[in-house]
Ligand binder design. Structure first.
Ligand code: SAH
Length: 464
């Protein structure tokens, strides 16, 4: 199975710098199912072609896959197309052979990474479930010109009709990194077959490689679903992460004066930190950590040995990573903290088993069915000793100037609760999951409407 990429960007030999593969050598990379070879049939100033040739071991493939599946001696295991077509094995080879380029790095000529170049791709045997229309639906919105040749099942017997295999030629002007990320995701989507277990890790790969283009692709749902091999719950989770509007707490409380806003948020974060300190938590998770302001306060406290920040927004996590200067921390400090992308509305083992969790101004961003999912994840599965939650106190809104009745503080808020509503929710949860809960005002308390923010502090009864 062969993939070729041709550049006519001048000088065309730049392609070899971008791919980190010397044009005079044949390179071999091991993949779990065989080998991949990288070589250049053509290198000149005007045209440079690189080939990625997959050499899958058909017998090894069967051995690797044979498990307690019941059909251990099915003929299909030995006689199938897998060694000879572009499938997820090709994606595995692309990632292995061209990882530096996929990560957007180029040691010798870093300026090339962001340069769009005229590139042509040929895939010699791409299986496509759904035929020509699917290839077009996938590649045209990304700007590719497509040339397809469909192969008959057997050229000697034209009456047998067409096969699902195509020779595909694609051309486009884009960066090498973009091209590789498109191929990495869309080859297995065309094929729509599977060769390994699809789980959380696959979803993360999809999100990482597709982050720049998948959210705006018209076929994003189809791509996500096929890539994740029709696992609805994973696909939904991925879609939610991809499509989530970016929210930053800096946009919160648009109605409050800028200076007051800063102070209020600081007061809130300090209040949460103090609760976590007093709870004697050693391991904490900040759910919906946004740009990492609470994480910064937590890092300064030696008491916290392990700190995890999770958010659905990739952009916020990038900002958090920058602001916390994670790459400048000493190895010992660096070990204490980790940032992960995920959604709070799906069970995720990575957030389980911590002493405490904080959700600062997060719950009001979830609509009701999702809030119900969050409750379970947080109180049933995560097995936390302490949970600290803050949310706006809606009663306070009448103190804002020019505030209409029923108006909310931020346009992404799905609800804002009065103190009674928050306590009703919290009390029900505490009862159901065996926690004690106390409520505290955060910020100055108005005798009539209470404080701007309300906080619930839950402690499990199981540890008493
Ligand atoms: N806790 C932070 C940010 C609050 S803004 C702070 O106080 O500074 C709300 C945050 O919740 C945003 O960063 C948003 O991306 C995140 N969020 C919204 N829905 C989420 C979900 N389903 N899973 C995880 N995070 C979510």
């Amino acid at each position: 199975m062969l993939l070729t990429i041709t550049s006519t960007h001048q000088p065309a030999s730049d392609l070899s710098f971008l791919l980190h593969k010397h044009p005079d050598k044949v390179h071999e990379v091991e993949i779990s199912t065989g080998k991949a070879h990288v070589f250049y049939p053509e290198v000149s100033e005007t045209r440079c072609t690189v080939c990625l040739l997959l050499d899958i071991d058909p017998v090894g493939l069967v051995r690797r896959n044979s498990g307690p599946r019941g059909n251990d001696f099915a003929l299909e295991q030995y006689v199938n197309d897998r060694p000879y077509v572009a499938s997820s094995f090709m994606s595995a080879a692309i990632v292995k052979a061209f990882s530096t380029a996929m990560n957007g790095r180029c040691k010798d000529k870093p300026e090339l990474v962001t340069v769009p170049m005229p590139l042509e791709v040929e895939l010699s045997a791409l299986p496509v479930r759904g035929g020509e229309a699917v290839v077009k639906e996938l590649f045209e919105p990304l700007g590719y010109t497509i040339h397809l040749q469909r192969h008959p099942i057997d050229p000697k017997f034209p009456e047998w009709g067409e096969s699902r295999y195509f020779t595909v030629r694609l051309s486009n002007t884009l960066t090498v990194q973009q091209l590789l990320s498109h191929l990495y995701i869309l080859i297995p989507v065309c094929d729509n077959d599977k060769h390994y277990w699809i789980g959380q890790q696959e979803m993360e790969k999809l999100l990482e490689k597709g982050m720049d283009w998948l959210p705006t692709h018209p076929a994003r749902e189809f791509i996500t679903l096929r890539y994740l091999k029709h696992q609805r719950s994973l696909a939904n989770q991925a879609m939610e992460i991809l499509l989530k509007d970016e929210v930053s707490e800096d946009d919160e409380e648009e109605t409050v004066e800028p200076e007051q806003k800063l102070r209020i948020h600081d007061v809130r974060l300090q209040a949460v930190r103090d609760e976590l300190v007093n709870a004697h938590a050693k391991t904490v998770v900040d759910l919906g950590c946004g740009e990492g302001k609470l994480l910064r306060l937590l890092l300064a406290e030696k008491q916290f040995e392990r700190i995890l920040g999770m958010d659905v927004s990739y952009r916020s996590l990038e900002i958090a990573q920058d602001k916390l200067k994670l790459d400048k921390l000493s190895p010992k400090q660096r070990e204490r903290i980790e940032l992960i992308q995920g959604s709070l509305t799906y069970r995720d083992k990575r957030i389980e088993g911590f002493d405490a969790a904080a959700l600062v101004e997060v719950i009001e961003h979830l609509d009701e069915p999702r809030l119900a999912a969050l409750e379970k994840i947080l109180f049933k599965y995560a097995k936390l000793v302490d949970v600290i939650i803050t949310t706006p106190n809606a009663e306070y809104n009448q103190r804002f100037e020019n505030f209409e009745p029923g108006q909310m503080r931020h346009n992404d808020h799905r609800f804002e609760w009065s103190r009674a509503e928050f306590q009703q929710w919290g009390n029900r949860i505490a009862e159901q999951y065996n926690y004690n809960v106390v409520y505290k005002p955060v910020g100055e308390e108005d005798p009539e409407v209470g404080a701007l923010t309300q906080m619930a502090v839950f402690k499990t009864r199981n540890s008493l």
